[in-house]
Design a protein around this ligand. Structure first.
Ligand code: NAP
Length: 331
C-alpha cells in the first residue's frame, strides 16, 4: 500500500443516518438524478416527497407518481420539507428557485444541491438562515440507481457552503449514505472545487476524448480505411481498455495487459496528441468563470450553438456509420 497522504474518505460506518429520522426530503426535479436519488433514499428508510413543475408541461410529475411518490407543486413541497434537495437541470435552477422556492423557505431548513454551479456563480443567493449543502454522486442517475440495487454505490462528494444549524455536514453525509455513496467512499469538497472540477472534466476529458475519437475516425476514413474498421478503432476499442485501466492502474495495464508494441506506442506518441497548453488555458478560463459565463449566455439565448452543432453532427458520416455499426455488431 502506498504511503501517499489521502484526504478523509467517509464510509458507511462513519455516517449516522439518524440525522434524517423524522425529517422530510423534498426532491425538486425528477430527471436523471432526481429519480435515482429519490428511490435510493426511500429504500434507505428516508421520507421523500417530490416537487415538480406544472403537470401539463412537466412529465416528471407523472413519472414520480408512477414510481409511488407523493408529488406536489414545488412551493408546497418546499413548505412540507426539512431538506429541499434541488435536482433540476442547472441553468433552469435560478428561475425555478426565485419563482417557487425562495419565498417559501423557513429558517433552519436545508437547501441541498447536486452541483455547486448556481451557488458559486451567484445565480442563487439563499437566505442567511438556512443550511446550504452539496451532495454529488460522481455518475449519471441510472448508474447511481443500478449500483445501489446491486448493493454498491457511486463514489461521491459532499460540501457545505452555509451552516446555520451546526449540522449541515452531518445532513450532507447522511444524504450521501442514503443514496448509497458511502458504501464506496465520499470526500469533502468545496462548492468551488466541485463545480470547477466538474466543468473542467466535461471540457477536457469528455470534450477531449470525443473530439479525439472524431478526428481519428475522420483521418482514417480520409485515408481510405473501411468505415467499420475506423469506427471500431476510434470508439469501441476504448471500451476494451478503460475498465481494465480502472481496475488495475495505468502502469499495470501497460506492462502486463497491453502488448509491447502498444506500450511503446503509448509512451512514444501519446504525449504529442495532447495539447497541454490548451488544457492549462481551459483550466484558467474555468477558474476565472469564463466557461460559466459562456454557458449561461448560450442557455439564455435558447442554446443556438448547441442546436446548430447537434444538427451537423447528427447527420455526420461518423454518426451514420455508428448506427449501422451498432445494428450489425451490437451495443
Ligand atoms: N446527470 C448526471 O450525470 C449528474 C451527475 C451528478 C450531478 N448532477 C447534477 O444533478 C442535477 C440534476 O441534473 P440531472 O442530470 O438529473 O437533470 P435532468 O435529468 O435534466 O432533470 C432535470 C429535471 O428538472 C426538471 N425541470 C427542468 N426545468 C424545469 C422547470 N422550469 N420547472 C420545473 N422542473 C423543471 C425536469 O422536469 P421535466 O422533465 O418534467 O421538465 C427534470 O425533472 C444538476 O445540478 C446536475 O448538475 C447530474
Amino acid at each position: 500500500m502506498s504511503d501517499i497522504a489521502f484526504e478523509k474518505i467517509y464510509r458507511d460506518e462513519d455516517v449516522d443516518l439518524g440525522v434524517l429520522t423524522g425529517k422530510t426530503v423534498a426532491v425538486i426535479g425528477y430527471g436523471s438524478q432526481g429519480r435515482a436519488q429519490s428511490m435510493n433514499m426511500r429504500e434507505s428508510g428516508i421520507t421523500v416527497i417530490v416537487g415538480a413543475g406544472d403537470r401539463k408541461r412537466h412529465s416528471s410529475w407523472d413519472k414520480a407518481l408512477a414510481d409511488g411518490f407523493s408529488v406536489f407543486p414545488i412551493e408546497e413541497a418546499v413548505e412540507k420539507a426539512d431538506i429541499v434537495h434541488i435536482l433540476l437541470q442547472d441553468p433552469a435552477q435560478p428561475a425555478v428557485y426565485y419563482e417557487s422556492i425562495h419565498a417559501n423557505l423557513r429558517p433552519g431548513q436545508t437547501l441541498s444541491f447536486a452541483h455547486g454551479f448556481a451557488i458559486l456563480y451567484g445565480a442563487i443567493k439563499p437566505p442567511k438562515d438556512v443550511d446550504v449543502i452539496l451532495f454529488v454522486p460522481n455518475g449519471p442517475g441510472p448508474v447511481t440507481r443500478q449500483k445501489f440495487k446491486d448493493g454498491s454505490g457511486i463514489w461521491g462528494c459532499v460540501g457545505v457552503d452555509q451552516d446555520v444549524t451546526g449540522k449541515a455536514m452531518d445532513t450532507a453525509l447522511a444524504i450521501s449514505k442514503a443514496v448509497g455513496s458511502t458504501r464506496v467512499g465520499v470526500a469533502l469538497m468545496s462548492f468551488q472545487h466541485e463545480t470547477e472540477g466538474d466543468n473542467y472534466e466535461e471540457q477536457v476529458l469528455y470534450g477531449g476524448a470525443i473530439h479525439l475519437m472524431r478526428t481519428m475516425y475522420a483521418i482514417m476514413v480520409e485515408n481510405g480505411y473501411p468505415r467499420s474498421f475506423a469506427y471500431a478503432k476510434a470508439i469501441r476499442s476504448i471500451r476494451s481498455i478503460i475498465d481494465d485501466i480502472d481496475a488495475v492502474g495505468i502502469e499495470a495495464y501497460l506492462t502486463s495487459r497491453a502488448s509491447r508494441t502498444c506500450e511503446f506506442a503509448v509512451r512514444h506518441s501519446g504525449p504529442r496528441v495532447i495539447n497541454e497548453q490548451a488544457m492549462r488555458d481551459i483550466f484558467e478560463e474555468t477558474q476565472r468563470g469564463a466557461f460559466a459565463k459562456n454557458w449561461l449566455q448560450e442557455f439564455s439565448l435558447g442554446m443556438p450553438t448547441l442546436h446548430r452543432m447537434r444538427r451537423t453532427w447528427a447527420d455526420s458520416d461518423m454518426e451514420r456509420t455508428g448506427e449501422i455499426w451498432r445494428e450489425k455488431f451490437g451495443k
